[in-house]
Design a protein around this ligand. Structure first.
Ligand code: 4NP
Length: 151
């Protein structure tokens, strides 16, 4: 079982989409996918309605998801930790205990643009178009992740 964690700040906009999109592309009996946020503002809550809506537009249901905060335990529970932006990466790396933990942390858009450390922009304060753009970026990146992990 390969275990992949998607991480953003709030765990209500970007990482719930990344979780739902990747799950739609892999055999979930072989690949475990989850998401978490570095912040604790929305713990226990549903994904943002705009993420729910854009996922639904592409036939992906993310309404079963509940927000949780990233913890040090996640370094033990997951093989790969995909962060959405450079700020998430700094926050996660601050909690790393050793090099093994650090090596698990990857920028998700590096799957499309290796070593460029491009951010998935935070759509929280913007309009609906930002959620569509985030969906399209994550969809492309998760296609690559799925191809690699299912090999
Ligand atoms: P996310 O977006 O990190 O993609 O879930 C955000 C959601 C909420 C907040 C920030 C970012 N917030 O500050 O409440």
């Amino acid at each position: 079982m390969t275990r992949i964690l998607m991480v953003c700040l709030g765990n209500i906009c970007r990482s719930p989409l990344a979780e739902g999109i990747l799950k739609s592309k892999v055999d979930t009996s072989k690949i475990f996918v989850d998401s978490a946020g570095t912040g604790n503002y929305h713990v226990g809550g549903l994904p943002d309605q705009r993420s729910i809506d854009v996922a639904k537009k592409y036939a992906i249901d993310i309404t079963y998801q509940r927000c949780r905060q990233f913890t040090v335990q996640d370094f033990d529970d997951f093989d790969v930790i995909y962060v959405m932006d450079n700020s998430n990466r700094r926050n996660v790396l601050e909690l790393a205990r050793n090099q093994r933990d650090k090596d698990k942390v990857k920028m998700i858009l590096n799957e499309l643009f290796p070593n460029e450390n491009v951010d998935v922009p935070d759509p929280y304060t913007g309009g609906l178009n930002g959620f569509e753009q985030v969906f399209q970026m994550l969809n492309k990146a998760c296609t690559v992740v799925a191809q690699n992990v299912m090999q």
